[in-house]
Design a protein around this ligand. Sequence first.
Ligand code: GCO
Length: 434
Amino acid sequence: MLSDRFLWGVSTASYQIEGAVAEDGRGRSIWDTFAHTEGRIANGDTGDVACDHYHRYAEDVELMAGLGVDAYRFSIAWPRVLPTGAGTVNHKGLDFYSRLVDGLLERGIDPVATLFHWDLPQELQDKGGWLDRDTAYRFADYAAVVADALGDRVRMWITLNEPFVHTVMGHAYGTHAPGLTLGFESFPTIHHQLLGHGLAVRALRSRTGSPISIANNYSPVVLCGETDADQAAAYAYDALHNRLFTEPLLGRGYPPGFEFPVEEGDLDIIATPIDALGVNYYNPTGVRAPQSDETGLPFETVELDGYARTDFGWPVVPDGLGDLLTRLHTDYRLPLYVTESGCSYAESPDDRRRVEYLRDHIAVLDRVRASGVDVRGYFVWSLLDNFEWAEGYAQRFGLVHVDFPTGTRTPKSSYAWYRDHIAAARLGGGEDQA
Ligand code: GCO
């Protein structure tokens, strides 16, 4: 059973850390293809080796034990389990996750498994990927295979990671795999991902008793303008980024103004009850009315002034986390887990700005918990410096520094800070009642 105390954790994702892309029967994913396409990733980096976690997972579990985390959120690479996306199961791939899960449990760490963190099997992409409705059914089949193998030990499930980002970056703008530039034509991938989510919830529910969730990337909208048109733009942006991926899950249907290839019964499947919402928070988004009709979008995003920025250029706004959690709690009344929160700073090993970032965000978290918002966990993105998608290894989010040529791990100051924070929070009491 999932521990009922507040969960302090860390997060990672398969393609970002595992490496071993051609080992033990793993099939190709869309990220292998994309990373090996010239010009797609900064410095021509790929995830071929990444943190070599596939071979060094035991060392990484020890690092987590040293932190004293309650839980570890990782993702399962679909093409390791089903190399072509469907059909024959690759038991060696499943065995890797089984060893990982056992190692975590031995150390008292709850395994939290994400089923899809963007590494779709290439063969499914060749048949249309998430543009094709059939992928939703293949996803549910894959969820069933994983649940049959790990369902007795995984303590919480997350179906999809950030379907919004996967649609927008992967299918509308093409800056992530599969690199499609479909604009609005990418929208069927929203419906098919959510349909896949609902089908997977059903597959999991019939096989395991562990809670089931989804990890959405949420961004509080900051209105940048005073006109009615600015207001309407902020409303439209919020519907797209925040509400679209949550309200159908709760049986409220899609917000008005969107059209999807919905078939009879789909909305009921999508609304299959879940137990919690996973919240990935990095920063708010400034929004105003479009200043031209160049993009065809009903809004324009605006850089927010007056904030410190991470090395990625993202504004540091701890209060945004509080606003977001309060709003999600008020609107949706589901238990919340912060499934990602973190920052890119290159400095190491004394990453003072990451310590400040975490301290300030966790202070806001504590404040909203005290005000009655039902948040049950906080997962730092990320345990390790890793393959940051289109940025390759240029952006470092880890509590632990990774020297990529050798794989050597060196805990940073933030690792020590988080370890001490977790220990102090437990002593401080109140941690046993979620
Ligand atoms: C995401 C993913 C992570 C990223 C992290 C930093 O949010 O894009 O879940 O894989 O690495 O968010 O960008």
